[in-house]
Write a protein that binds this ligand. Structure first.
Ligand code: AP5
Length: 215
């Protein structure tokens, strides 16, 4: 199972990738999570990436391609992987294809999640992340049992700095300009499967599992 989850920021890729990863036992590789971990650890890569992320811009291709290459090369990815938030530019997609060809592999599917702009804004503005573990919540749609506290580890729930209104607008513009062309890119390669990402987490999951079972 070698999948790419594609879609506008806040569409729910990470939430669904987490579930598919648990169900099928294949790792989720989220470039956003890897970059945020590097920022938190204040590595030199993290310090460089933070400037781009705070503006809502994409981190340079060579940085993220290096991160993914490192992950895909590990034994953890022996049964496959779910790429969440990568590729995001045509050069990233070309590099991924080259990387896989070099290993005698190819992508199975690119799942393109679709929701309305209004839903995107609602999902991003209410998102809360655990400050200690990777758990993700939503104030209204996916609330924690105790307000402001993570169900998994008891950590404090915080708003991602790039989920503030102004940065969200930049991220959506960057998506339109740099990531949207990948839809046609993968459609031409017969890899694209469009998925309705609206409705509850459970209903999206049901549609996604049905789609993956058919593939
Ligand atoms: P990244 O972390 O990848 O952010 P993103 O693509 O902008 O995606 P999000 O994490 O915002 O959204 P998501 O689709 O995963 O939604 P989620 O499941 O959380 O990237 C962050 C930054 O890192 C980028 O801006 C860039 O700077 C850099 N970066 C990362 N990858 C890069 C790359 N390849 N190249 C260059 N730079 C890169 O859901 C959103 C909310 O909705 C949550 O609160 C969730 O609980 C809720 N929710 C989910 N599903 C539903 C549902 N069905 N109904 C109701 N609520 C729902």
């Amino acid at each position: 199972m070698r999948l790419v989850f594609l879609g506008v920021p806040g569409v729910g890729k990470g939430t669904q990738a987490e579930m598919v990863s648990a169900k099928y036992g294949v790792p989720k590789i989220s470039t956003g999570d890897l970059l945020r971990a590097a920022v938190a650890q204040q590595t030199s890569l993290g310090k460089e990436a933070k400037q781009y992320m705070d503006r809502g811009d994409l981190v340079p291709d060579k940085v993220v391609i290096g991160l993914v290459e490192e992950k895909i090369g590990t034994s953890e990815c022996g049964k496959g992987f779910i790429l969440d938030g990568f590729p995001r530019t045509v050069p990233q997609a070309d590099s991924l294809a080259g990387l896989l060809v070099g290993k005698g592999l190819s992508l199975c599917r690119v799942i393109y999640f679709v929701i309305t702009r209004e839903e995107v804004i609602n999902r991003l503005s209410g998102r809360r992340n655990c400050s200690r573990c990777p758990a993700v919540y939503h104030l209204e749609f996916v609330p924690s049992k105790k307000e402001g506290i993570c169900d998994e580890c008891g950590g404090e729930l915080i708003q991602r700095s790039d989920d503030r209104k102004k940065t969200v607008e930049s991220r959506l513009t960057v998506y339109e300009e740099q990531t949207f062309p990948l839809i046609e890119y993968y459609r031409e390669k017969n890899l694209l499967a469009e998925l309705d990402g609206s409705g509850s987490v459970g209903s999206v999951q049901g549609r996604l599992i049905a789609l993956l079972s058919k593939s």
